[in-house]
Design a protein around this ligand. Structure first.
Ligand code: ATP
Ligand code: FE2
Length: 329
């Protein structure tokens, strides 16, 4: 029996979770949000520092395990915002030293992907759509390869930026989704797909210009934005399925909470005879359960840092998905 405690602190969320043999015993997280404007890294880090102990004890209590039973501390090492990552890494080292247990450094993006196993996905193409990241990822010869990605900004940041422009705070995605539901008229927007890559900044500029022109309603613009950008994502995901010959599509990342995106992916999968997998919302957004879950898989393969090397793991703010050697497959 293995018990792994996971810590997530790459961006806006500080989370602690406990996983035992692939089962999530607890998953507690608190997010830094703003009423107006975007995320300020140092403020998010301060939020993490102020909340971490409370979140830790809450996660322990609801898991009903004793802290001495923990076998390892899994930490989200990167990519992410350096000040936020540092808070998590410091806390992980503090706990590891306190209990004399190893640290398992986990890549945040791959954790988003591997948590898909919980839904039954085995060898999927993953459409990973979060704030900072937009990637089409699939496993091929020893690594998770990035088949396509955004050439400029992540789709979540794109939506948040549009939201901020119209005076909505962070995160903007859920509010834009509600606005889009009220939209009726489709307004043509630039559509930028290059192979399996997409670009979003041109669409953002265009949206802002259309808004300034006062010729369109906010609801119609939100609706058209979703229809256009999600169609771009679905098109690239389908191309990756065709290219790799894989038969499963998995969604991950906060933007995957969007029910219209889920619906469009489902239709595409049905049309080409692929299976569609989408974890529950609490596993799509940043969460510590996915870190503990992948941490346990890695620990079982002997991937850990301990003893006199315990100070060695460092944050990796710019770590890329395809930089990570996959030694647990
Ligand atoms: P990563 O570090 O993996 O890039 P992240 O820090 O951006 O992740 P996530 O929690 O994965 O965090 O995603 C947050 C994003 O998801 C925000 O940009 C938010 O607006 C977006 N989002 C959340 N819910 C929805 C929704 N219903 N529709 C669209 N976007 C959404
Ligand atoms: Fe994330």
């Amino acid at each position: 029996m293995t018990i792994v405690l996971g810590i997530e602190s790459t961006a806006h969320t500080f989370g602690v979770a406990v996983v035992r043999n692939g089962k999530i015993l607890s998953n507690v997280g608190r997010s830094y949000t703003t009423e107006k404007g975007g995320i300020i890294p140092l403020e998010a880090a301060k939020h993490h520092q102020e909340n971490k102990r409370e979140i830790y004890f809450e996660a322990l209590e609801s898991s009903e395990i004793d802290e001495k039973e923990i076998d390892a501390i899994a930490i989200s090492q990167g990519p992410g915002l350096a000040p936020c990552l540092l808070e998590g890494m410091r806390f992980a080292k503090e706990l590891a030293k306190k209990f004399g247990k190893p640290i398992v450094p986990v890549n945040h993006c791959i954790a988003h992907l591997e948590i898909g196993r919980i839904t039954g996905a085995r060898d999927p193409v993953m459409l990973y759509v979060s704030g900072a990241n937009t990637q089409i990822i699939a496993y091929a010869s020893g690594k998770f390869r990035v088949f396509g990605e955004t050439l400029d900004i992540g789709v979540g940041n794109f939506i948040d930026n549009f939201a901020r422009y119209i005076g909505i705070g962070f995160p903007g995605g859920p509010v834009i989704q509600k606005l889009a539901k009220g939209g009726k008229k489709f307004i043509e927007l630039p559509y930028t797909v290059k192979g399996m890559d997409i670009a979003l900044s041109g669409i953002l500029t265009n949206l802002k210009q259309k808004l300034e022109s006062k010729k369109y309603t906010l609801k119609d613009l939100a609706y058209s934005m979703q229809e256009t950008v999600f169609a771009m994502l679905v098109e690239t995901a389908e191309r990756a399925l065709a290219h790799t010959g894989k038969k499963e599509l998995l969604l991950g990342g906060g933007v995957a909470c969007n029910s219209r995106l889920q619906e469009m992916c489902k239709i595409m999968c049905k049309e080409r005879g692929a299976k569609f997998f989408c974890p529950k919302n609490f596993l799509l957004v940043d969460n510590a359960a996915m870190i503990a879950f992948l941490g346990e898989i890695m620990l079982k393969k002997g991937i850990k840092i301990q003893g006199k090397f315990i100070e060695k793991p460092d944050i990796k703010p710019r770590q890329r998905t395809d930089d990570v050697e996959i030694k647990w497959k």
